[in-house]
Design a protein around this ligand. Structure first.
Ligand SMILES: Nc1ncnc2c1ncn2[C@@H]1O[C@H](COP(=O)(O)OP(=O)(O)O)[C@@H](O)[C@H]1O
Ligand SMILES: [Mg+2]
Length: 236
Protein backbone atom coordinates (compact mmCIF):
# COMPACT_ATOMS: atom_id res chain seq x y z
CA UNK A 1 0.00 0.00 0.00
CA UNK A 2 1.08 3.56 -0.59
CA UNK A 3 2.16 5.44 2.48
CA UNK A 4 1.50 8.70 0.74
CA UNK A 5 -0.49 9.58 -2.34
CA UNK A 6 -0.55 13.19 -3.51
CA UNK A 7 -2.77 13.95 -6.51
CA UNK A 8 -2.95 17.11 -8.62
CA UNK A 9 -2.11 19.26 -5.64
CA UNK A 10 -2.38 23.02 -6.03
CA UNK A 11 -1.29 25.60 -3.52
CA UNK A 12 -1.00 29.38 -3.67
CA UNK A 13 0.27 32.12 -1.40
CA UNK A 14 -1.84 35.09 -2.41
CA UNK A 15 -1.13 35.40 -6.10
CA UNK A 16 1.93 33.14 -6.06
CA UNK A 17 1.22 29.64 -7.33
CA UNK A 18 3.68 27.45 -5.47
CA UNK A 19 2.23 24.06 -6.54
CA UNK A 20 0.47 23.70 -9.88
CA UNK A 21 -0.90 20.18 -9.85
CA UNK A 22 1.72 17.99 -8.21
CA UNK A 23 1.21 14.23 -8.03
CA UNK A 24 3.52 11.96 -6.10
CA UNK A 25 3.38 8.63 -4.36
CA UNK A 26 5.57 6.97 -1.81
CA UNK A 27 5.59 3.24 -1.15
CA UNK A 28 6.03 1.69 2.27
CA UNK A 29 9.65 1.50 3.36
CA UNK A 30 10.99 3.67 0.55
CA UNK A 31 13.30 6.64 0.69
CA UNK A 32 12.08 9.15 -1.85
CA UNK A 33 14.02 12.30 -2.58
CA UNK A 34 12.51 15.53 -3.81
CA UNK A 35 14.92 17.58 -5.89
CA UNK A 36 14.57 20.97 -7.52
CA UNK A 37 15.88 24.49 -7.58
CA UNK A 38 15.11 27.14 -4.99
CA UNK A 39 11.48 28.18 -5.15
CA UNK A 40 10.38 24.99 -6.96
CA UNK A 41 7.78 24.27 -4.25
CA UNK A 42 9.55 21.52 -2.28
CA UNK A 43 8.98 23.04 1.16
CA UNK A 44 5.39 23.90 0.25
CA UNK A 45 4.73 20.28 -0.67
CA UNK A 46 6.10 18.98 2.64
CA UNK A 47 4.11 21.58 4.57
CA UNK A 48 0.94 20.63 2.72
CA UNK A 49 1.49 16.96 3.59
CA UNK A 50 1.90 17.75 7.28
CA UNK A 51 -1.06 20.12 7.37
CA UNK A 52 0.89 23.34 7.89
CA UNK A 53 -0.48 24.99 4.75
CA UNK A 54 -3.80 24.45 3.01
CA UNK A 55 -3.85 23.39 -0.63
CA UNK A 56 -6.54 24.94 -2.84
CA UNK A 57 -7.08 21.82 -4.95
CA UNK A 58 -6.11 18.19 -5.17
CA UNK A 59 -5.89 15.31 -2.76
CA UNK A 60 -3.50 13.96 -0.15
CA UNK A 61 -3.87 10.43 1.18
CA UNK A 62 -1.88 8.98 4.05
CA UNK A 63 -2.10 5.20 4.34
CA UNK A 64 -5.09 5.30 2.03
CA UNK A 65 -7.04 7.87 3.99
CA UNK A 66 -7.67 11.44 2.86
CA UNK A 67 -5.88 13.82 5.21
CA UNK A 68 -6.64 16.97 3.26
CA UNK A 69 -7.76 19.76 5.56
CA UNK A 70 -6.74 17.90 8.70
CA UNK A 71 -5.00 19.97 11.37
CA UNK A 72 -1.28 19.34 11.74
CA UNK A 73 -1.60 17.65 15.14
CA UNK A 74 -3.92 15.02 13.71
CA UNK A 75 -1.44 14.25 10.92
CA UNK A 76 1.34 14.03 13.51
CA UNK A 77 -0.68 11.56 15.53
CA UNK A 78 -1.10 9.38 12.43
CA UNK A 79 2.67 8.88 12.50
CA UNK A 80 4.06 11.66 10.33
CA UNK A 81 7.11 13.54 11.62
CA UNK A 82 8.33 16.69 9.87
CA UNK A 83 11.84 18.03 10.34
CA UNK A 84 11.50 21.53 8.88
CA UNK A 85 13.93 23.60 6.89
CA UNK A 86 16.17 25.27 9.44
CA UNK A 87 15.65 22.37 11.88
CA UNK A 88 13.18 23.98 14.28
CA UNK A 89 14.93 22.94 17.45
CA UNK A 90 14.66 25.03 20.61
CA UNK A 91 18.03 26.72 21.06
CA UNK A 92 17.30 27.78 24.64
CA UNK A 93 16.43 24.26 25.77
CA UNK A 94 18.80 21.40 26.43
CA UNK A 95 19.27 18.37 24.20
CA UNK A 96 17.27 16.36 26.71
CA UNK A 97 14.37 18.82 26.73
CA UNK A 98 14.29 18.97 22.95
CA UNK A 99 14.07 15.18 22.80
CA UNK A 100 11.30 15.14 25.39
CA UNK A 101 9.28 17.53 23.23
CA UNK A 102 9.62 15.05 20.35
CA UNK A 103 7.84 12.47 22.46
CA UNK A 104 5.03 14.64 23.73
CA UNK A 105 2.44 12.27 22.29
CA UNK A 106 4.12 9.20 23.76
CA UNK A 107 3.14 7.55 27.03
CA UNK A 108 5.51 9.02 29.61
CA UNK A 109 6.74 5.63 30.80
CA UNK A 110 8.03 4.93 27.28
CA UNK A 111 10.04 8.15 27.12
CA UNK A 112 13.34 6.99 28.62
CA UNK A 113 13.56 3.99 26.28
CA UNK A 114 12.65 6.06 23.24
CA UNK A 115 15.19 8.74 24.05
CA UNK A 116 17.85 6.13 24.73
CA UNK A 117 17.16 4.51 21.38
CA UNK A 118 17.41 7.83 19.53
CA UNK A 119 20.67 8.57 21.32
CA UNK A 120 22.25 5.30 20.28
CA UNK A 121 21.98 6.55 16.70
CA UNK A 122 23.68 9.80 17.67
CA UNK A 123 26.40 9.17 20.27
CA UNK A 124 27.49 12.78 19.97
CA UNK A 125 24.15 13.96 21.31
CA UNK A 126 24.54 11.62 24.23
CA UNK A 127 27.77 13.37 25.17
CA UNK A 128 25.95 16.70 24.98
CA UNK A 129 22.75 15.60 26.68
CA UNK A 130 22.53 18.45 29.19
CA UNK A 131 23.94 21.13 26.92
CA UNK A 132 21.76 23.86 25.41
CA UNK A 133 20.76 23.01 21.85
CA UNK A 134 21.87 26.47 20.73
CA UNK A 135 25.44 25.67 21.70
CA UNK A 136 25.64 22.66 19.36
CA UNK A 137 27.32 22.77 15.96
CA UNK A 138 25.12 22.90 12.85
CA UNK A 139 25.58 19.19 12.25
CA UNK A 140 24.75 18.33 15.83
CA UNK A 141 21.64 20.50 15.66
CA UNK A 142 20.51 18.62 12.57
CA UNK A 143 21.14 15.34 14.38
CA UNK A 144 19.07 16.62 17.29
CA UNK A 145 16.24 17.58 14.95
CA UNK A 146 16.32 14.09 13.46
CA UNK A 147 16.57 12.41 16.85
CA UNK A 148 13.67 14.47 18.15
CA UNK A 149 11.53 13.39 15.19
CA UNK A 150 12.45 9.75 15.82
CA UNK A 151 11.43 9.90 19.48
CA UNK A 152 7.88 10.23 18.17
CA UNK A 153 8.36 6.81 16.45
CA UNK A 154 6.96 8.02 13.13
CA UNK A 155 5.97 5.80 10.23
CA UNK A 156 6.66 8.56 7.71
CA UNK A 157 9.52 11.00 8.11
CA UNK A 158 9.53 14.27 6.15
CA UNK A 159 12.94 15.96 6.02
CA UNK A 160 13.46 19.40 4.53
CA UNK A 161 17.05 19.99 3.42
CA UNK A 162 18.80 18.12 6.23
CA UNK A 163 22.27 18.82 4.84
CA UNK A 164 21.82 22.55 4.28
CA UNK A 165 24.85 24.50 5.44
CA UNK A 166 26.71 21.43 6.68
CA UNK A 167 30.24 20.33 5.77
CA UNK A 168 30.20 17.47 3.22
CA UNK A 169 31.42 14.91 5.72
CA UNK A 170 28.67 15.83 8.19
CA UNK A 171 26.08 15.74 5.40
CA UNK A 172 27.22 12.22 4.57
CA UNK A 173 26.89 11.24 8.19
CA UNK A 174 23.34 12.59 8.29
CA UNK A 175 22.42 10.59 5.20
CA UNK A 176 24.06 7.46 6.59
CA UNK A 177 21.83 7.80 9.62
CA UNK A 178 18.77 8.37 7.43
CA UNK A 179 19.55 5.11 5.67
CA UNK A 180 20.06 3.39 9.01
CA UNK A 181 16.69 4.47 10.44
CA UNK A 182 15.00 3.61 7.17
CA UNK A 183 16.17 0.03 7.63
CA UNK A 184 13.83 -0.21 10.60
CA UNK A 185 10.94 0.08 8.12
CA UNK A 186 10.44 3.82 8.22
CA UNK A 187 9.35 5.55 5.01
CA UNK A 188 11.18 8.79 4.23
CA UNK A 189 10.47 11.76 1.98
CA UNK A 190 13.52 14.00 1.91
CA UNK A 191 14.00 17.35 0.18
CA UNK A 192 17.61 17.83 -0.73
CA UNK A 193 19.75 20.26 -2.72
CA UNK A 194 22.70 17.89 -2.78
CA UNK A 195 21.36 15.66 -5.54
CA UNK A 196 24.44 13.50 -5.79
CA UNK A 197 24.36 12.56 -2.12
CA UNK A 198 20.59 12.11 -1.93
CA UNK A 199 20.41 9.93 -5.04
CA UNK A 200 22.97 7.57 -3.52
CA UNK A 201 20.65 6.93 -0.60
CA UNK A 202 17.17 7.21 -2.16
CA UNK A 203 15.11 4.54 -3.88
CA UNK A 204 13.01 6.94 -5.90
CA UNK A 205 13.27 10.59 -6.95
CA UNK A 206 11.02 13.40 -8.05
CA UNK A 207 12.28 16.60 -9.61
CA UNK A 208 10.10 19.65 -9.08
CA UNK A 209 10.33 22.68 -11.31
CA UNK A 210 8.32 25.84 -10.62
CA UNK A 211 5.51 24.00 -8.90
CA UNK A 212 5.31 21.02 -11.23
CA UNK A 213 6.86 17.56 -11.37
CA UNK A 214 9.39 17.77 -14.17
CA UNK A 215 10.46 14.17 -14.00
CA UNK A 216 10.42 11.20 -11.64
CA UNK A 217 11.76 7.68 -11.54
CA UNK A 218 13.95 5.24 -9.67
CA UNK A 219 16.93 7.07 -8.17
CA UNK A 220 19.31 5.04 -10.34
CA UNK A 221 17.58 6.35 -13.48
CA UNK A 222 17.47 9.94 -12.28
CA UNK A 223 21.16 9.63 -11.48
CA UNK A 224 21.63 8.68 -15.10
CA UNK A 225 20.08 11.99 -16.12
CA UNK A 226 22.67 13.82 -14.05
CA UNK A 227 24.73 14.99 -16.98
CA UNK A 228 21.81 16.52 -18.85
CA UNK A 229 20.25 17.89 -15.72
CA UNK A 230 23.24 19.52 -14.11
CA UNK A 231 21.57 22.90 -13.80
CA UNK A 232 18.40 21.98 -11.95
CA UNK A 233 19.83 19.06 -10.04
CA UNK A 234 22.48 21.37 -8.69
CA UNK A 235 25.13 18.71 -9.29
CA UNK A 236 28.65 19.99 -9.42
N1 LIG B 1 4.89 32.07 3.11
C1 LIG B 1 5.01 32.40 1.81
N2 LIG B 1 4.43 33.51 1.32
C2 LIG B 1 4.51 33.82 0.01
N3 LIG B 1 5.18 33.10 -0.90
C3 LIG B 1 5.78 31.99 -0.47
C4 LIG B 1 5.73 31.56 0.90
N4 LIG B 1 6.43 30.41 1.02
C5 LIG B 1 6.90 30.13 -0.20
N5 LIG B 1 6.50 31.06 -1.10
C6 LIG B 1 6.79 31.05 -2.55
O1 LIG B 1 6.33 29.81 -3.07
C7 LIG B 1 7.23 29.29 -4.02
C8 LIG B 1 7.72 27.92 -3.56
O2 LIG B 1 8.49 28.07 -2.37
P1 LIG B 1 9.03 26.84 -1.54
O3 LIG B 1 7.96 25.85 -1.38
O4 LIG B 1 9.66 27.39 -0.32
O5 LIG B 1 10.15 26.27 -2.54
P2 LIG B 1 11.48 25.44 -2.27
O6 LIG B 1 11.38 24.79 -0.94
O7 LIG B 1 11.53 24.47 -3.40
O8 LIG B 1 12.61 26.42 -2.33
C9 LIG B 1 8.34 30.32 -4.15
O9 LIG B 1 8.03 31.15 -5.23
C10 LIG B 1 8.26 31.06 -2.84
O10 LIG B 1 8.74 32.37 -2.99
MG1 LIG C 1 12.58 24.84 0.70
Amino acid sequence: MSVLEVSELELSYGGIRALKGVSLSLEEGQITVLLGANGAGKTSLLKAISGLVKPSKGEIKLWGESSLGWPAYRITSLGVAHVPEGRGIFAGLSVRENLQIGGFLAPSKEMPARIEQALTLFPRLKERYSQLAGSLSGGEQQMLALARALVARPRLLLLDEPSLGLAPIIAQEIFRTIRQVHQTGLSVLVVEQNARLALQVADYAYVLKTGEVETHGPASEIRGLEQVSKAYLGVT
